[in-house]
Every structure is written in C-alpha cells, then in structure tokens.
Design a protein around this ligand. Structure first.
Ligand code: PLP
Length: 229
C-alpha cells in the first residue's frame, strides 16, 4: 500500500487533530464534540484526496464554482464526504449551492434565505443552514448584526421554513478573537442552536475554549494560499 500517512497533508492533519483534542481536554470538553472542517479552497482535488485518505471527511469551500469543479468526483469515490459552503453566496448561485453543499454556513440576509427556501423546495434537498453573524459589528462585513439575530432567525424559520441549526462568525482582524467567540457561543446558547462554527488556523484553540462545535482550518492543513488579488 502507498504510505499515504507520509503525505504532508496527513502529517499536518494529525497535528491539527492533536491540538484540537488538547484544547478540548483543557476546556473540559469532549474532543468528539468538535468537528474539523478542512478548508480546501484554492487547493486541488489531489490535496483533498490526501486528506480523505488520512480519514478527513468534512470539507469547506468558499466558492460555489470552485467546489463544483473539485468535489463531484471525490464524492463519487467517497460518498460520506460532507461539504460546507463557508464563503459568501450570491443569489444567482443558490441553485448550484443547494445541489452541491450539505451545509450552507453563510446565510446572511433575508433575500438569500428566501431564495434558499425556494430552491430547496424545488430540488427536494435540504442542506443545513447556519447564520453568519457579523460578530464585531463591522460596517463593511457580511453577516447579521448580533442584535438582529433573534429577528432574522425567527424570519428564517417562520417565513421561509429554513432548517437553521447554527451560527458562524469571522471575528474582526487584528483583535483578540476570544470575546467575539464567547459572544457567538452565548448567542447560540440563548437561541438553543446546537452548532457554533468559529476558529481558523490562527485561533481555533481559542474558539474551542469558547465552545466551538466546528472549526474551519485551511492553511494549517493544506499550506499557504496565493494572496487574494
Ligand atoms: C479561508 C477561510 C477559513 C480558513 O482559513 P485558514 O486561516 O486558512 O485556516 C475559515 N473560514 C472562512 C470563512 C474562510 O474563508
């Protein structure tokens, strides 16, 4: 057998998993309560396959078109691969997104919620929906303001019948993320939402300490990406 465990992605994955387990232990949490979402954006199908060979099943992509080009083949080989959309979703990509993703982490506006509901009814597919929260209330950032989560969640459920099960956030750059992580976990608890998606390569341990159920880790597993243009 090819020693896939020697692949750099396998080595990096093992290290990230060990740090997740240690952070959960230190916080008195069950490591199995933290799901690692391996963020494979910009990396090719070969890198994803190396992660799959190392036992990884949950992946995150931030562009619908890129995921559509990369994942169908992988899923044919490994049907239990789970795919999350973690980037902004334009309404003209909703059809593809509903067809492809198991979880849409970035529901961030009423128009999108409405289009998702319509498309789910059309396709008979119901990916889980998580609400993106603009946790630092930054003017230019996507997401529902913390104070609006209550009303938006109610609208998603009552007006659109969306299967909302969690919250996700990206804290403001250059600030201590811990207070933002605690605020998101608190919002989820208050609304009885079981899922809290937060923490990336630089801060996933702090996110676990604050109660993350899903951490989204790219660079620490797959290596660097070309700088965004
Ligand atoms: C790219 C991305 C990540 C992963 O970031 P890394 O720093 O590479 O771990 C996580 N979440 C979102 C929303 C992203 O766009």
């Amino acid at each position: 057998m090819t020693p896939m465990t020697d692949h750099p992605v396998a080595t990096a994955l093992a290290a990230v998993r060990a740090r997740i387990a240690a952070a959960a232990d230190a916080a008195g949490r069950d490591p199995r309560a933290v799901t690692l979402v391996a963020v494979s954006k910009t990396h090719g199908a070969d890198a994803v396959r190396a992660a799959v060979a190392a036992g990884q099943r949950v992946f995150g992509e931030n562009r619908v078109q890129e995921a559509k080009a990369k994942f169908p083949g992988i899923r044919t080989e490994t049907p239990d691969v789970e795919l999350h959309l973690i980037g902004p979703l334009q309404t003209n990509k909703v059809k593809d997104a509903v067809a492809l993703f198991d979880v849409i982490q970035t529901v961030d506006r009423p128009k999108l919620a409405r289009e998702l509901a319509r498309e789910m009814a059309r396709q008979g597919r119901r990916p889980h929906c998580w609400i993106e929260v603009n946790i630092g209330s930054e003017p230019q950032k996507a997401g529902i303001a913390p104070a609006e989560v209550d009303a938006f969640l109610a609208a998603c459920r009552a007006d659109y019948g969306l299967p909302v099960t969690g919250l996700m956030c990206i804290p403001p750059a250059g600030e201590d993320p811990a207070p933002h992580f605690r605020l998101l976990a608190d919002l989820a608890r208050r609304h009885r939402l079981p899922v809290v998606s937060m923490g990336m390569s630089g801060d996933y341990e702090a996110a676990i300490t604050a109660g993350a159920t899903h951490v989204r880790v790219g660079t620490a597993i797959f290596g660097g990406r070309p700088a965004a243009g």
